[in-house]
Write a protein that binds this ligand. Structure first.
Ligand code: NOJ
Length: 573
């Protein structure tokens, strides 16, 4: 994963990209905040977060400088995969509240200028959805709603496809005497997008929520929407660490990112654009979830010339996939930034993501002491910044035992530690009262982390004390100040362990200098800001625990950084 450092000591990493123009739409420089509703705030004290809890915390979003809140799924679901298994698209899951609560959330959020984005799960339903039950009964109207196929002569599944959650992607139905496809658990049967009725039904779902006033959708698991018509076997990937049970044992040339899948995203984009054109108001947006290589990721934005548009942005997962403190260096950060920027057609908007409900939290992956440095990086890069709830105050992964775990992708004890997504989903740590202020004492669906007594938002609210949250607030405010300025962005790995990001506007630079402290780098290092003539820089912001004073003046051509130290510098030129 790491690039050859010798090569990089000779070649300076350089990126130059035009940033925002004055005519940006609301989402183009936004901070998007992911709420994981079940773990967010439980007002009715039943152990599960609820919409009333999200409404209660609206002032927190405002204070944090958030522009759009994305809620993980809140539609009716048996919760086998934490709501990503919907049994009725038109009903709000009981434990979260009612459609009236959703309307109240949208109204109150809009009153304070915050947009509400819902998670839309189109690839699969719950096996309890009435469409699936009708389909399994072979009812004429629904028999082609899902991907069904006959067994092979020996009774085995139709082909070798493997589920993302391990094992065959096919499940036998005694009732229908056929196999059905499921890319995730068997309780998540895959919809058949070759059926025009399915396409129409899913569009109706989108319009239903647009009519309720939502500002857009995060679209789940898009690479899997359409599969090869002939159901051909996928070839081996020859990934040395994959067993025949693992999804990456195969090269997904027939199940992922098929041409028809992109067309669906383009259709949905047209739908939301037409809706905005007909109903007025700000753009309703689409953000898509695809873990794919760059070549397969970019077309989710649309065609390179912009003549056909897709998602307003498709998540940039490259700071998540294969990037962590054990294998990566500062060169990888620079490479991720510039390869993404170079691949992204200039008409589209960048975005930067460090966490979500499917991946270990930043402190686990990138180092507890690096939370401020990485928040600085994401907030200062051009385009959209995405925050997973808790990142704004440095929440760490929780402690969950196999017995307490709920994640269906880790039902097997031997893979629990490595595969479970329960650790990043434990309740939010609001304060040091019972259950960290998540609720009034009922047993939460996942345990509250033991760290909450010291690590909680309430301890970080004092504006006069530098804390992870105060740093985050200052960063989001700085973004807003800079949003209408145009300029360029440069990034360098000036050593294996130090990254320097420079935003240049007329007469001014904003610089991040960040020493990762990875791979046993415990020494202080003398660093510099490349391509700078000024001899003075003002320290605008530091990480918690830095030896630099905010407001002090340093020489940007030579200064020292300790491991994990990160500085935001203002330089007048
Ligand atoms: C992606 C979601 O983020 C994840 O949590 C879920 O398990 C799968 N899609 C299946 O819906």
């Amino acid at each position: 994963m790491s690039w050859n450092s010798l090569w990089f000591s000779l070649v300076v990493l350089y990126l130059s990209s035009a940033v925002c123009s004055a005519k940006e739409e609301w989402w183009q420089h936004g901070v998007f905040y992911q709420v994981y509703p079940r773990s967010f705030r439980d007002v009715n004290n039943d152990g599960n977060g609820d919409l009333a809890g999200v409404i209660e915390k609206l002032p927190h979003f405002k204070d944090a400088g958030v522009d759009g809140v994305w809620l993980s799924p809140i539609m009716k679901s048996p919760q086998i995969d934490a709501g990503y298994d919907i049994s009725d698209y038109y009903t709000i899951e009981d434990m979260y509240g009612s459609v009236e609560d959703l309307k109240e959330l949208i109204r109150k959020a809009h009153e304070i200028g915050i947009k509400i984005i819902l998670d839309f799960v189109p690839n699969h339903t719950s096996n309890l959805h009435k469409w699936f039950q009708e389909s399994e009964d072979n009812n004429e109207d629904y028999k082609d709603y899902y991907v069904w196929a006959d067994a092979k002569g020996d009774g085995s599944p139709p082909n070798n496809w493997i589920s993302v959650f391990r094992g065959s992607a096919w499940e036998w139905s005694d009732k229908r005497q056929q196999y059905y496809l499921h890319h995730f658990v068997k309780e998540q049967p895959d919809l058949n997008y070759r059926n025009p009725k399915v396409r129409e039904d899913m569009k109706k779902v989108l319009v239903h929520y647009l009519d309720l006033g939502v500002d857009g959708f995060r679209i789940d698991a898009i690479p899997y929407l359409v599969e090869d018509k002939e159901l051909r076997d996928e070839p081996r990937s020859f990934n040395p660490s994959a067993t025949p049970m693992d999804n990456d044992y195969l090269e997904h040339i027939y199940t992922n990112n098929q041409p028809e899948t992109y067309d669906l995203i383009y259709e949905w984009r047209k739908l939301v654009d037409d809706y905005t054109a007909q109903n007025g108001g700000d753009a309703r947006i689409l953000m898509t979830e695809a873990y794919a290589d760059l070549d397969h990721t970019m077309p989710y934005y649309g065609t390179a010339d912009g003549s056909t548009k897709g998602a307003h942005f498709t998540f940039n997962f490259f700071f998540i996939s294969n990037f962590n403190k054990n294998i990566s260096t500062a060169h990888d950060i620079a490479r991720i930034v510039y390869t993404w920027q170079n691949a992204l057609p200039s008409i589209y908007t960048s975005n930067w993501v460090l966490g979500n409900h499917d991946n270990r939290r930043i402190p686990t992956r990138l180092g507890v002491e690096n939370i401020d440095g990485f928040n600085m990086l994401v907030q200062l890069l051009p385009g959209i910044a995405v925050t997973y709830n808790g990142e704004e105050f440095g929440q760490e992964d929780g402690e969950v035992t196999y017995e307490q775990g709920k994640d269906p992708s880790a039902r097997n004890r031997s893979i629990f530690e490595s595969a479970s997504r329960d650790f990043e989903r434990t309740p939010l740590q609001w304060n040091d009262s019972v259950n960290a202020g998540f609720n009034a004492g009922a047993e939460p669906w996942l345990p509250v982390s033991e760290k909450y007594k010291e690590l909680n938002l309430a301890y970080q609210l004092d504006e006069n004390v530098l804390s992870h949250f105060q740093i985050y607030r200052k960063l989001t405010r700085k973004r807003k100040e800079d949003a209408t300025k145009s300029g360029t962005t440069d990034i360098w790995a000036i050593s294996d362990d130090v990254i320097v990001l420079k935003r240049s506007y007329i007469n001014q630079h904003t610089v991040l200098a960040f020493k990762l402290g990875w791979h046993g780098n415990t020494e202080e290092e003398t660093v510099y800001v490349p391509s700078i003539k000024a001899k003075e820089a003002t320290v605008a912001l530091t990480n918690v625990g830095s030896s630099y004073e905010i407001g002090s003046v340093i020489n940007p051509q030579s200064f020292k950084l300790k491991p994990h130290e990160s500085l935001v510098l203002d330089i007048v030129c």
